[in-house]
Write a protein that binds this ligand. Sequence first.
Ligand code: NAP
Length: 283
Amino acid sequence: MSETVPRACVMGYPVAHSRSPLLHRYWLKANGLAGTYEKAEVTAEDFPAFLQTLGARGYRGGNVTVPHKEAAFRIVGRHDAAAAAIGAVNTVWHEGDRLVGGNTDAYGFAAHLDASAPGWVERVRRAVVLGAGGAARAVVHALLERGVDVALVNRSPARAHEVAAHFSDRPRAHARGELAPLMAGADLLVNATSLGMAGRPALDLDLERLKAGAVVYDLVYVPLETALLRSARQRGHQAIDGLGMLLHQAVPGFARWFGVTPTVTSELRALVESDIRTTAGAA
Ligand code: NAP
């Protein structure tokens, strides 16, 4: 199909809640680029055929969101190193006729830490990561890549062991009962569970034993301030919300489809914050 302006899309089901169009359209405008970024609501049944014909549909690539990230991993012709390590694809693009799948969540997590806690790599030796889903895998990959010692704690211990076994630089999997002593030695605590999200129970965690000076990072961004982050701030810890990760993870995809590396600005953050506030409750 001949291309007039470059096009990309976010594929998910449902996809109405996705904030990716807001980000990418902001960057298209801010960089004076012709291009479109659309929402493609695709069911699980239709997804394989849709992704395999993405180029024929006129798209340079796109983002893959819930529930298609693992299916995309199986369909693409090549994985980048992060997708191969994490086992899920959230960004696709073409190299010649071949569809390539990448995962930018680990990049987004680390890039946001770089921006909000400069020099963290020198200070953070041990991290505790809560959760064992796709988001936790991305965080574990990012931390292992930076040489951090990772302890993984999850409600279902078997899933934590499964994630630990998946990485060659083994993170250690622990039972929830071991959390207090682990927190006492942690320089970074990350919530990568879905607890604390609007409509879900809060993460019930006593920060009393957390090491002084530890950074607390919550991947949740709706609401922007979770009970975990509020409690961390009150105790004098640096508290980082998940919105920055969402913004930073979008950078590599935009660069691949539209040819310009965009910047995460305070104006963009304010735009998305305002969208979150006006649609509070929508994830
Ligand atoms: P997921 O695959 O569904 O994993 C959910 C995790 O939460 C699992 O570890 C699960 O434990 C745990 N969990 C759920 N309910 C729980 C409960 N009642 N008690 C204890 N643990 C519970 O989800 P995901 O895709 O990894 O996403 C996790 C979070 O990260 C979500 O809030 C998502 O919005 C956020 N996220 C943010 C970004 C960003 O850019 N900021 C990117 C990706 C994801 P079990 O294994 O025991 O079920």
